[in-house]
Design a binder for this molecule. Sequence first.
Ligand SMILES: *Cc1c(COP(=O)(O)O)cnc(C)c1O
Length: 402
Amino acid sequence: MTKNTNRPQWGERTLAIHAGEGIDPVTRASSPNLVMSSTFAPNEMAGFSARNRSGYEGYVYARLSNPTVKQLEEKLAALEGGEMALTFGSGMAAAHALLAGRLSEGDHLVISDTNYVGVAELVRDTLPRFGIAVTPVDTSDLDHVAAAIRPETKMVWLETPANPIMRLTDIAAVSGLAHKVGVRDVVVDSTYASPVATRPLSLGADFVMHSLTKYIGGHGDAMGGAVVGRREELEALNLEASVHYGGVLSPFNAWLILRGAATLPLRMKAHQETALEVAHWLEGHPRIKRVHYPGLPSHPQHALARRQMKNFSGMMTFEVSDGPALAALMIDKLEVVHYAVSLGHHRSLVYWIPTADLMQSTFRLGPEAEKRYRAFAGDGIFRFSVGIEDAADIIADLDRVL
Ligand SMILES: *Cc1c(COP(=O)(O)O)cnc(C)c1O
């Protein structure tokens, strides 16, 4: 078994490379081993049940834990400054683990009304079938959050910046408010920010959720998800969610994501640099109506972005007057930027998201909330995940279709 090294005093780049990893004591391998084994032969009597291992500390079965997966979990905990991390087979499996593992019949969830579409649909359609009430609100407005909280509210779920519209939520303010009135869990889906930009646990959140498929894996070749938080709660979630819901991460994906995560700080620096240059160019283009990028002074929450984000990432949106026509041209003509969903990869990705479609598919916002949504997204936006190619080549590619 690899001897993990993890020194909290290390800088972020060192942690990204070394946390959770170490020289293999048997082979002296310097890079992480890929251990695909689903079962492990104990060297002493060990309990059969995941809940009663008779004090045995070694690996037993890969749905409970696996050495390669464990190395990634230790790296993620170090990067987020949390006591422990748990990984899952996708970001959605991580989100489901938290929602189903922490909420029960009669509980109430307050959630950002602009959210990753899969999470929005999960809480809208599935949780009510299990007797869990859900109130979507604009979490960028503290009064809205305060008004939505009830005595039975057990969880507040934030996403910042929110996919797809780039609206931010003040994590420290909402966490303070929620905990003061007795809400047990504040969860932050920090997929857009990555731990390089924002450490939600240090701002008062109880759990951080990530789609590892995005920035942390970073190369568009492995799906995964993670939850980071306190050890006691995550050990309980491990026994319930990993063991019983079963959506665990494949060791092979963990191994790919480990390699991706090692360069996260360097990639995020490059994402920000490239995105800033591209955002400025887009803002100056006559065909572009509006750009939303937290790193631009024109972002309506730029002050909050400066306070809460150490890195503005590569995510932005832009609007034009004829979105569908431009999308069709992009599918045909783009060479560097791929017209495709997903985000946070080293290669640039762009996708057209019409507001009317989203209003149908997610929370079906009332007129007031829809107005707030449209203040960020108009009738539709291009969600643009700026990669780490040369900014000049991304700009030239866009220039040909604009
Ligand atoms: C992609 C994404 C998810 C879901 O993650 P998967 O790995 O695709 O299951 C959740 N939240 C946000 C913000 C995302 O961008």
